[in-house]
Write a protein that binds this ligand. Structure first.
Ligand code: TYD
Ligand code: MG
Length: 457
């Protein structure tokens, strides 16, 4: 039989009959690799073969037993919350993140914790030897457990064999990029391998009610390497993020069929593994400089939990007429827009200045309620005007420099109050229904425009 080949983009998975230099879909250069083509029916029959023996018959929806849907808890509160309140049996979770961020560590800790609750856990370590994993487990002070099994294996068929043999309730694949199926000729890590391996493993997990964790690496663009296709197949996608040289790590749900996608978990990488950070605000604020211009505190909301972050701005005259804007932890395009508002609407002269913006502690802020804080950080740095130490800033900013209301103001203001802030700039529109919240020890300063906010400093 003549084998057909196709060219597949290793970044986004789109296919082409011939080689192309730049992917028309994701615009990645030089990402096409020749792979043996798998027709849909071949793929299906291959999966059917693998899944033989675990097939399930249709049942009446009303007869589906839901008290099976109880969740496994790891007792790592931050992890359970991001998972939507525990791990659902039969669910598939993809954990993505840069190399070295701590993916193996978190799943090992979660796995050990689950084993301690009496669940049988199978850890497929494709990247590290069993000894390395043991050393890591000892380091994170998790005693080896009767129920925690580990094997160094990359062949999907063999892995499925182990799952049938051991009947674990939880299976961890570290990582999906190294496992491979012998039936597919492409090399491990290629889109075809990753997609088919994940599909087969997912099917087995669903059929047996096994909670499956897949670890996946992320490319420099922040995409799950190659298999963006994977995101559609799994129930939950978690990203583990953090700055390389900061010890804080944030676990963020990107997709969750069993819970909210807004939740984050904050961890600190220590010499004994990842520790939960129960009160992130304190950590993010503990090194805040006193009475220094350019520093503001914003109560951001991640999921259901508010916490305070410090945003720092720095403005300096640029050399050689080359203006730079650099951000860390904040969207660069959003900063450009806010700077334009400052220039055009408030007449501040920023055209020949370099602007740097930093969110302290390696957090990524996506909450629009931080807009006003960002604007005031830049303005404060430019004008060398200090934002009072006990003042928090809240508000989304529109293009005409109006300050727009923010969601869930009460919990944000409460968080600020809890940490000793006595004043908070808030959007005027949020004050309309005052019954929403009754702050006691904090003075609210309503503003309608950026100009008003500046005047309050
Ligand atoms: P790891 O979980 O191997 O990352 P990933 O699987 O995402 O590639 O984490 C590796 C890093 O974490 C490594 O740089 C060392 C650090 N680390 C600690 O600081 N303390 C610890 O207890 C452990 C286990 C790792
Ligand atoms: Mg790893």
């Amino acid at each position: 039989m003549k084998t057909k080949t196709v060219f597949v983009c290793q970044n986004c998975g789109s296919q082409s009959a011939r080689w192309v230099g730049k992917c028309p879909n994701c615009e990645e250069w030089n990402s096409y690799v020749e792979e043996t083509s798998i027709t849909r029916s071949e793929g299906t029959s291959m999966r059917a073969q693998v899944a033989a023996g675990v097939a399930t018959a249709p049942v009446l929806l009303k007869e589906v037993n839901i008290h099976q849907e109880k969740r496994y808890l790891t007792a790592i509160g931050e992890f359970d919350r991001v998972m939507g309140g525990g791990i659902v049996p039969g669910s598939v979770t993809l954990i993505g993140g840069d190399p070295g961020i701590g993916k193996s560590t978190i799943v090992l800790q979660a796995g050990c914790a689950l084993a301690r609750t009496g669940l049988k856990v199978l850890y497929i370590s494709g990247e590290e030897s069993v000894k390395q994993a043991k050393m890591r487990a000892d380091r994170v002070a998790q005693s080896a457990n009767e129920n925690f099994f580990i094997v160094n294996e990359i062949d999907v068929q063999t892995i499925i064999g182990y799952i049938h043999e051991l009947t674990p309730q939880v299976v961890i694949i570290d990582s999906i990029q190294v496992v491979h199926m012998a039936e597919i000729s492409s090399s491990p890590g290629s889109v075809a391998q990753v997609r088919e391996s994940a599909a087969v493993l997912t099917q087995v997990a669903k059929a047996r009610g096994v909670a499956l964790f897949l670890i996946g690496h992320v490319t420099k663009e922040g995409m799950l390497a190659g298999p963006r296709v994977l995101e559609h197949m799994v129930d939950t996608v978690l990203y583990f993020e953090g700055e390389r040289y900061s010890s804080y790590r944030v676990l963020r749900a990107n997709k969750n069929r069993f819970g909210s996608t807004n939740e984050i978990g904050v961890f600190e990488m220590t010499s004994t593994g990842l520790q939960e950070v129960l009160n992130p605000s304190e950590i993010f604020l503990c090194e805040r400089p006193q009475d220094s211009s350019g520093s503001v505190v914003v109560p951001i909301l991640e999921g259901t939990r508010p916490f305070l972050v410090e945003i720092q701005g720095l403005v300096s005259r640029s050399a050689f007429g080359m203006v730079r804007q650099k951000t860390q932890g904040f969207d660069a395009n959003r900063l450009a827009l806010l700077v334009a508002v400052l220039e055009k609407r408030l007449g501040l002269n920023l055209g020949d200045k370099d602007i740097f913006l930093n969110v302290v502690g390696g957090v990524k802020v996506m909450d629009p309620a931080a807009d006003l804080g960002v604007i005031l950080a830049v303005a404060s740095a430019l004008l060398d005007k200090v934002v009072p130490h006990d003042m928090a800033i809240l508000g989304e900013v529109g293009l005409s420099s109006e300050v727009r209301s923010v969601a869930q103001i009460a919990s944000r203001v409460n968080e600020a109050q809890k940490l000793g802030f006595t004043r908070c700039i808030v959007p005027k529109n949020n004050m309309k229904n005052k019954n929403d919240f009754k702050p006691t020890n904090i003075k609210l300063i309503p503003v309608a425009t950026v100009r008003e906010a500046l005047d309050k400093l």
